[in-house]
Ligand binder design. Structure first.
Ligand SMILES: [Cu+2]
Ligand SMILES: [Zn+2]
Length: 187
């Protein structure tokens, strides 16, 4: 069943750019993972965001692999109004009350912190999003560097973190975004 899909999988992978390592000459394991991803209409993962650091918000995040990268959709409810930083952090561990257990920003390419639109940024740097007066916020972006399928840049097994403050997109290596008010393991 997977074999007829290999050709289209290889074609699709030719369009990928950035720091994605999966390409046409990859091992059969990666090609197989790609074939499964396409068979399912793109590999998907989700995170349920839980409040940390005495915050009250809730939320969800979805990750869908498609041509050109991973489409990420984040929604929060009952969050503090204003701009908030959001990142993929390296460890899928939200157990600490302040979410410090999730470690630093997901940075498989050892780059500097920055804006997701800048050439230099961690693969996990998702920028900032706006929460309105009702505490509702939504962030949608396509990240060319990430994958959902297995690989060095896969979001699976990492954590999505929402911060109390704004990512200044400059300060190393965190963006000086303040405490971690929500955390969700990506699975
Ligand atoms: Cu962060
Ligand atoms: Zn970063």
């Amino acid at each position: 069943m997977r074999h007829p899909l290999l050709a289209s999988s290889v074609l699709a992978s030719l369009f990928f750019t950035g720091c994605i390592f999966v390409h046409a000459t990859d091992s059969s394991h990666s090609a197989e993972a790609k074939a499964h991803a396409h068979a399912a209409g793109g590999a998907r993962a989700n995170a349920t965001l839980e409040a940390r650091s005495s915050a009250m918000l809730s939320g969800t995040a979805s990750f869908r692999e498609q041509q050109g990268g991973v489409l990420i959709e984040i929604e929060v409810h009952h969050a503090p109004p204003g701009w908030h930083a959001v990142h993929v952090h390296e460890k899928g561990d939200c157990s600490a009350p302040d979410a410090s257990s999730a470690g630093g920003h997901f940075n498989p390419l050892a780059k500097n912190h920055g804006s997701p639109q800048a050439p230099e940024h961690h693969c996990g740097d998702l920028g900032n999003f706006w929460v309105d007066e009702q505490g509702e916020g939504r962030h949608v972006l396509l990240m060319s560097e990430l994958t959902v399928a297995d690989g060095p840049n896969s979001v699976r097994g990492r954590a999505l973190i929402v911060h109390a403050g704004v990512d200044d997109l400059v300060t190393q290596p965190t963006g000086n975004a303040g405490g971690r008010i929500a955390c969700g393991v990506i699975q």
